[in-house]
Design a protein around this ligand. Structure first.
Ligand SMILES: [Zn+2]
Length: 217
């Protein structure tokens, strides 16, 4: 099923105990890879009983729960309130730990435009553009994320079928085209703050996210 995909292999894997600022703790098995198409250092985090979830799926049982998470240094590391990436990642780690599966941590900052360009896009947003218009104004596409390496990592991990933890229909579509069998799409929660309300509204409006964004005004 991954016939068209350049193959990657697991380079190393090692347990890493995680502790989040709110005190939630779990242990991830962190995987690195050889052969990822863009040469960047993407990570897979095996969470909960991930190995049982892979075996179970191979025997025809329910697939592992998987979230492809695109790197957001400002949100993931510094707790930026301009987006919901930090809380999304935190939620994904706990939910996947509960049932077994993977976070695929993809090094494509700012919808693929990079960290510096993302900060420039923020400046434009402060001038009135939404997150997608700002990317276009900088000469980028609205969304340059590519999930090829996510599919490569799944293949290397022996995962052919997944339950996809995401509100983004584009992720499911791209992964399916790459040969991943997405048996189910599991929605994530909405992490609203005064600073990210207009960002979430733009996301829901512009990219058909299945977000129910409550009125933030
Ligand atoms: Zn973010």
């Amino acid at each position: 099923m991954y016939a068209m995909l350049p193959s990657a292999s697991i380079r190393t894997h090692v347990p890493v105990p995680l502790r989040f600022p709110d005190g939630y703790a779990t242990t991830a098995r962190m995987f690195s890879f050889s052969g990822l198409v863009d040469g960047r250092e993407h990570l897979a985090l095996g969470l909960g009983d991930w190995s049982a979830s892979v075996e179970r799926a191979a025997d025809g049982g329910p697939p592992p729960l998987v979230r492809p998470h695109s790197e957001c240094m400002t949100g993931d590391v510094f707790g930026s309130q301009r987006c919901d990436c930090g809380p999304q990642l935190r939620e994904a780690v706990e939910r996947i730990s509960g049932v077994g599966g993977f976070v695929l941590y993809l090094r494509q900052e700012g919808r693929g435009i990079g960290l510096y360009a993302k900060l420039e896009a923020y400046a434009l947003q402060d001038g009135g553009l939404d997150t997608y218009e700002a990317n276009l104004a900088l000469g980028h596409d609205e969304d340059e994320r590519d999930y090829t390496v996510a599919a490569q990592m799944l293949q290397a991990l022996g995962v052919e079928r997944i339950a996809l933890l995401s509100n983004n229909p584009d992720k499911a579509e791209q992964l399916s085209e790459l040969g991943v069998c997405v048996t189910e799409r599991v929605p994530t929660g909405v992490h609203l703050s005064p600073a990210n309300a207009s960002y979430l509204a733009a996301k829901a409006r512009r990219s058909a996210h299945t977000l129910q964004v409550p009125s933030a005004r």
